[in-house]
Design a protein. Structure first.
Length: 379
């Protein structure tokens, strides 16, 4: 039976690929819902009490909690399984998209050639910053930058198929729950807010960008990313989905747009993939780009505010240690309100919350984490 695709550029899955992907989803479901909670159970019931008996107090830091749990077979079993599951995910999505990369590239080229709303502006002279180009983020070979052929779109097509699987399909068929959450929050928090220009930083395939275009149809919507393959795909994808978005290849910390050009600057799961100096520069760029009264909003994986104890902190660091997410831990430790203040935002305008609106949670009912600030009104 033919599977209906979310849009005409979405990678097709042959029967054997779909079976492999289904196996991955079931395995991930098992690891997250069944195996992982048992580690905490074992820690609380047996290992932490042993530590308390020896030291007269519970572990105080993630390192101490890790020292307790890592030698235990339960953690080793979980960690090995989580890594194997992730490698299966990378291999299965890469193989599926690689075999049809030429077809997808040709389709995007045709959409581009046919003309229409929105635009694509690439900058072949752009050199991706070291913190991106030297890391196969998330263990995906080549990260966002792999170019297999001229006009390639492989990296973004793999990303889109990948997030559908990685999130167990829970972010909507268009993987737009982050953008929808951002829109819902902005409407709730800033009644009457109606941006004339919107910029999405680190937009990859534009999945989170489109809800803003839908929410404010009169706004001019832009997306920037470092990756040319991502932007080619995002541009064609937006067109086939009927949205007019202007995509530009640029660094989020130096976008090239004029001062005060936007009323809204957003990002979605970008913060955890950039270095601390880069994030500092990105906040400064957001402040520069915003018109008076404009809003900076970053939507993120809801880990930081759930780091309630040393054990949770240690478990959250798994991705830093084993999944090529070098800035994951650093983000959770950063003083973001201070970074926003240093960038020029008024402390009183900073918001930092887990938000349940928008209709789709991150995963398993957990809300998204939103961080941002509003640029002061003109004086
Ligand atoms: C996790 S993906 C974001 C996905 C997408 N926004 C979403 O909602 O699913 C991170 C993206 O940020 C881009 N990126 C990383 N550092 C960047 C920078 N300094 N400037 C622009 N884009 C950047 C990467 O190329 C990648 O496409």
């Amino acid at each position: 039976m033919a599977v209906e695709l979310p849009h005409p550029l979405f990678p097709e899955q042959a029967a054997d690929e779909a079976a492999r992907h289904a196996f991955f989803r079931d395995l991930k479901e098992l690891v997250v819902a069944e195996v992982k909670p048992r580690i905490r159970e074992r820690y609380e019931r047996y290992l932490e009490p042993e530590f308390v008996a020896r030291h007269g107090r519970p572990p105080r830091t993630a390192e101490e909690a890790g020292g307790v749990i890592v030698p235990d077979p339960s953690w080793r079993w979980y960690s090995a399984l989580a890594r194997a599951q992730h490698e299966l995910y990378v291999d299965a999505t890469a193989e599926c998209v690689e075999r049809q990369a030429d077809v997808l590239t040709a389709r995007c080229r045709e959409v581009r050639a046919a003309g229409g709303a929105g635009s694509l502006r690439l900058d072949p002279s752009l050199v991706p910053p070291h913190y991106q180009s030297q890391v196969d983020t998330h263990c995906v070979p080549g990260g966002y930058f792999v170019e297999l052929a001229p006009d390639d779109v492989y990296a973004a097509a793999r990303y889109e198929l990948g997030i559908s699987l990685y999130t167990l399909g829970r972010h909507g068929s268009l993987n737009d729950s982050k953008g929808r959450t951002g829109v819902a929050f902005l409407r709730e928090r800033f009644a009457g807010f109606s941006p004339r220009r919107v910029l999405d930083l680190g937009c990859t395939c534009g999945n989170s960008t489109l809800p803003y275009a839908e929410a404010w149809p009169h706004a001019e919507v832009h997306g920037v990313d470092l990756s040319a393959p991502a932007l080619r795909y995002a541009h064609a994808r937006s067109r086939v989905l009927g949205a007019a978005v202007h995509y530009r290849q640029a660094d989020a910390s130096a976008t090239g747009y004029p001062d005060g050009h936007f009323d809204l600057v957003v990002s979605h799961i970008l913060m955890h993939e950039v270095s601390t100096p880069a994030l500092r520069a990105i906040f400064a760029e957001c402040h520069r780009l915003l018109a008076p009264g404009g809003v900076m909003l970053h939507v993120e994986v809801p880990v930081r505010n759930a780091l309630l104890d040393p054990f949770a902190r240690f478990m959250a660091d798994w991705d830093t240690e084993h999944n090529n997410e070098p800035f994951w831990r650093a983000l959770h430790d950063l003083d973001l309100p201070a970074l926003a203040r240093d960038a020029g935002f008024d402390s009183a305008s900073v918001f930092d919350l887990d938000y349940e609106g928008g209709g789709r949670a991150f995963i398993n009912g957990r809300p998204w984490w939103l961080f941002g600030a509003r640029r002061g009104a003109a004086t």
